[in-house]
Design a protein around this ligand. Structure first.
Ligand code: HEC
Ligand code: HEC
Length: 315
């Protein structure tokens, strides 16, 4: 930028200094254009710098300790803005009414992790590590307080539970054999995600879908969240064939450019060099969990959901 300005001065000076020595018309014309352009470039870069300076630093870079609560009595505009922010940032997972989806039901009378405003603030700011609940570095402190104010206005009522959770627990063991793949409080298989606190994490509607339509419950786009969560690649199902003809289907635990680790359906773990394999298929969008559509009667489904909803990991 400096060079540009300097050049601009030089060229205008040389144009001034040579009144006697008449420059050919064309050259003079060009010099005027050159100085105009360099001026424009100087301005451009100055403006660019000004913008960089004035763009806000991410709030998290400035203050690690959470700030004090915002206005205790938020205005109608705050709530309106909070609603707008909620719909665009939270509703995709927590549902447009906040009563849950892939994310938990935020209209419950008691949010165990967001029991007070400070905890709520820090969950939104930092996310919940190891889960799909993302951090929100792009929101300002004020935005977050507005979202909290709005969420606090959502109806706080426990959804009616129709089922019988004792019968549900029995179905989980007997008819469903869910424990083959899922762990609850240290018991069960490891092919699927642990369900110890599933009632805390997922809404009843999501749980129903996960059981009857496992494929639909797979996050559509896990790519983004891989950066912020420690979840494995959403239990991606893979099928491999080794050079000596062995076929193994399971879920991918880990993969790098040279090797892959797989857990098969009977909980055995394999590790292969990719050079040992003749085929490696990744079944994106396919769930290793079988669909239970039609397996349970509607009443049994209610029981099972009641049971899963009661699993709160002791929280
Ligand atoms: C990508 C999906 C996703 C998005 C987007 C998301 N959440 Fe979550 N959120 C979750 C999940 C999943 C959990 C449950 C995490 C767990 O406990 O395993 C959760 C948990 C929470 C909790 C804790 C609830 C409790 O029981 O204490 C709060 C509060 C929360 N989210 C608020 C928000 C707010 C506010 C936003 C928007 C700024 C938001 N979430 C955006 C997925 C999401
Ligand atoms: C053959 C193994 C297998 C069996 C049997 C099985 N699941 Fe799954 N389940 C999985 C896998 C793998 C996933 C993760 C991929 C997905 O979401 O589809 C999963 C996902 C889930 C989820 C979603 C968890 C989350 O956090 O998103 C729920 C809920 C669930 N299973 C409940 C059940 C119930 C209830 C039963 C019995 C009626 C059952 N599963 C039987 C393998 C299994």
């Amino acid at each position: 930028m400096r060079d540009g300005c300097f050049e601009e001065k030089l060229s205008s000076r040389s144009a001034h200094r040579s009144p006697g020595r008449r420059l050919p018309e064309m050259l003079y014309f060009h010099l005027r254009w050159i100085s105009f352009l360099t001026l424009a470039i100087c301005w451009g870069s100055l403006l660019g710098q000004a913008q960089v300076v004035s763009s806000p630093l991410p709030a998290s870079a400035l203050q690690p300790p959470p700030p004090p609560p915002a206005a205790p009595f938020p205005t109608a505009e705050d709530l309106e803005e909070g609603k707008r922010l909620f719909l665009s940032n939270c509703a995709p997972c927590h549902g447009p009414n906040g009563d849950g989806g892939k994310g938990s039901d935020l209209t419950r009378p008691h949010l165990s992790r967001a029991s007070d405003d400070q905890a709520f603030f820090s969950i939104i700011r930092r996310g919940i590590p190891g889960t799909e609940m993302p951090n929100t570095r792009h929101l300002l402190d004020r935005d977050i307080w507005q979202v909290i104010a709005y969420v606090r206005t959502l109806e706080r009522s426990s959804p009616p539970v129709h089922g019988d959770l004792v019968r549900g627990a029995e179905l989980y063991r007997s008819k469903g054999k869910c424990g083959q793949c899922h762990m609850i409080a240290g018991e069960g298989g490891r092919l699927g995600p642990e369900l110890t606190d599933i009632g805390e994490r997922r809404s009843p509607g999501y749980l129903r879908t996960a059981i009857t339509d496992p494929e639909r419950a797979i996050p559509e786009n896990f790519f983004l969240y891989r950066f912020v969560t420690l979840l494995p690649d959403n239990f991606l199902q893979v099928r491999v064939v080794t050079k000596n003809g062995r076929r193994i289907t399971g879920i991918r635990l880990n993969e790098d450019p040279f090797s892959i680790q797989i857990r098969d359906f009977s909980d055995r773990i394999y590790s292969f060099w990719k050079s040992e394999l003749t085929e490696l298929h990744k079944d994106w969008g396919k769930s290793p969990m079988p669909s239970y559509r039609g397996v349970f009667t509607p009443a049994e489904m209610d029981d099972l959901i009641a049971y899963l909803g009661s699993l709160r990991g002791g929280r």
